[in-house]
Design a binder for this molecule. Structure first.
Ligand code: SF4
Ligand code: SF4
Ligand code: FES
Length: 256
């Protein structure tokens, strides 16, 4: 059994500001960063604010930045760092700090509310929906999302640009739009809702320049860019240049 003392630098503060504080904390074999933060609370900083719940990578609440990279604290093993390394833990940068490592992530809940939900197909009772297995599998990947918001935090469109937030839903919610747009039973179009148009005009799909940074930090290894954002962009472009859609728009414009 090997124990050692690690150097931690943790952001402490609140809405009025704050800074990094240095601590030396014991580390035991097999521990993760969240264990060390808990030991810090238990032994040196009882008022340190940190959000967590499952300690199993499933609730999505222990998101923070570790050495500048958005990660889940409970899924980051101490063994990935050298013993000499100073480990810096800071709150998610894209969201306002509440206190210490806790941020206000309500931006994400606001964006979730802006995505119209699944529109059931008319004339088919719940329980009688039938889908091809391939369609089930496609959306299954997106449904692994644990809403940790690491992708939202890392996306450069909002990370350093607060002014983009009103117009950009972020990768997690563009992925939701993509999932619904791919859903073979979603009857949004029949109800007059064009998800491809709203993706562009209301959720800011055009801001995404497919850098794949969101995919790199996703703890569920969801291929957000390749499997959701790029296909949604392709479908939105197809719609724009579809001659029938173009003709329809022209006729509608003439009539109005
Ligand atoms: S791929 Fe798009 S959504 Fe993902 S981080 Fe890059 S710009 Fe943001
Ligand atoms: S898509 Fe991945 S990174 Fe984004 S909120 Fe869901 S689980 Fe987290
Ligand atoms: S505590 Fe639940 S994901 Fe880390």
């Amino acid at each position: 059994m090997t124990s050692y003392d690690a150097s931690f630098r943790v952001w402490r503060g609140d809405t009025d500001g704050g800074g990094l504080e240095d601590f030396t904390v014991e580390v035991n074999e097999g521990e993760v960063v969240l264990d060390i933060i808990h030991r810090l609370q238990a032994t040196q900083a009882p008022d340190l604010a940190v959000r967590w719940n499952c300690k199993a990578g499933k609730c999505g609440s222990c998101s923070a930045e570790i050495n500048g990279r958005p990660r889940l604290m409970c899924m980051t093993r101490m063994s990935v760092f050298t013993r000499e390394e100073v480990i810096t833990v800071t709150p998610l940068r894209a969201f306002p700090v509440v206190r210490d490592l806790v941020t206000d992530v309500s931006f994400n809940y606001d964006k979730a509310r802006e995505v119209p939900s699944f529109v059931p197909p008319p004339g088919v009772a719940p329980g009688e929906y039938r889908m091809q297995q391939i369609d089930v599998e496609r959306s299954q990947e997106f449904r692994k999302c644990i809403e940790c918001f690491l992708c939202q935090d890392t996306c450069h469109v909002v990370r350093d640009h607060e002014e983009n937030k009103p117009a950009f839903a972020g990768p997690r919610f563009l992925m939701r739009v993509a999932e619904l747009d791919m859903h073979p039973l979603d009857a949004a179009a029949d109800a007059g809702l064009d998800r491809k148009r709203t993706a562009q005009e209301e959720h800011g799909l055009g801001y995404c320049n497919i850098t794949k940074c969101c995919t790199e930090v996703c703890p569920e290894q969801i291929k957000i860019t390749d499997n959701a954002l790029i296909p949604l962009k392709e479908r939105a472009v197809d719609r724009k240049y579809d001659p029938l859609v173009w003709l329809g728009n022209k006729i509608t414009r003439r009539r109005t």
